[in-house]
Each structure stands twice: as C-alpha cells, then as structure tokens.
Design a binder for this molecule. Structure first.
Ligand code: NAD
Length: 93
C-alpha cells in the first residue's frame, strides 16, 4: 500500500522533502499559509531556486504531491512532518 504523509509548511525544507518523497512514490499532502508559495506551486515552480526542483514539481503536482488547504479527513496518514519556521527571537526574528 502506498505510504501517505502530510507536511505542514512548504518552505525550503518542507517543499524539497515533499517533492523528493513524492518522487519516491509517497503520496504527499502539503499545507502552506503563504499565498505567494501556493501561487508559485500552481505554476509548477518553487518560490526559490534549487537545481532540478521545478522539473520535479511539474512531474509530481497532482500526481503524488498535492498542495491543499487542509488535510483530507477521509484518508489515513502514516506520518505528519512539521516544517514551519522556528524564530530565534521573541519578536519573530
Ligand atoms: N533551511 C535549512 O537549511 C534548515 C536547516 C536545518 C533546520 N531547519 C529548520 O527547518 C524548519 C523549516 O525551515 P525552512 O528553511 O524550510 O523555513 P521556511 O521559512 O522556508 O519554511 C517554513 C514555511 O512554513 C510556513 N508556515 C508557517 N506557519 C504555517 C502554518 N501554520 N501552516 C502551514 N504553513 C506554515 C511558512 O509560510 C513557510 O513557507 C525550521 O524549523 C528551521 O529551523 C532548516
């Protein structure tokens, strides 16, 4: 059975993890709060440069990778990975 994971935060770490896992056959659902990042993903590209990543996004978007507003309740998940930022300063810096 295909492994399914959820990723919270599609930044540098979360998006590369998501797409790499999808390339390896994992069914990946990702949630992200940034409209800019979601807009880039709708255009099959990352919001940053990583060699080869855009090509893999184009291949996996809607296949093994799904950027969603919330995780589907009717699917079972094997794991969730939290990859949101961890500010070092109290003010968020
Ligand atoms: N980038 C690195 O090289 C690196 C290395 C080691 C550890 N880390 C750690 O990994 C984590 C992620 O780092 P990063 O570089 O990917 O950060 P990032 O800022 O690029 O990505 C975090 C993403 O999480 C999103 N986010 C925040 N709150 C959210 C929420 N409630 N729901 C959905 N999405 C949300 C943000 O919009 C952002 O896109 C951090 O804790 C960081 O310290 C990063």
């Amino acid at each position: 059975m295909q492994m399914r994971i959820g990723i919270i935060g599609l930044g540098y770490v979360g998006l590369t993890l998501a797409i790499t896992a999808a390339e390896h056959g994992v069914d990946v659902y990702g949630v992200e709060i940034s409209e800019h990042i979601k807009s880039c993903l709708r255009e099959n590209r990352a919001h940053f440069f990583e060699p080869g990543l855009d090509r893999l996004i184009a291949r996996q978007n809607g296949r093994n990778f799904h950027c969603v507003e919330s995780f589907p309740q009717d699917k079972g998940f094997d794991a969730f990975v939290i990859t949101v930022g961890t500010p070092l300063l109290a003010g968020g810096g």
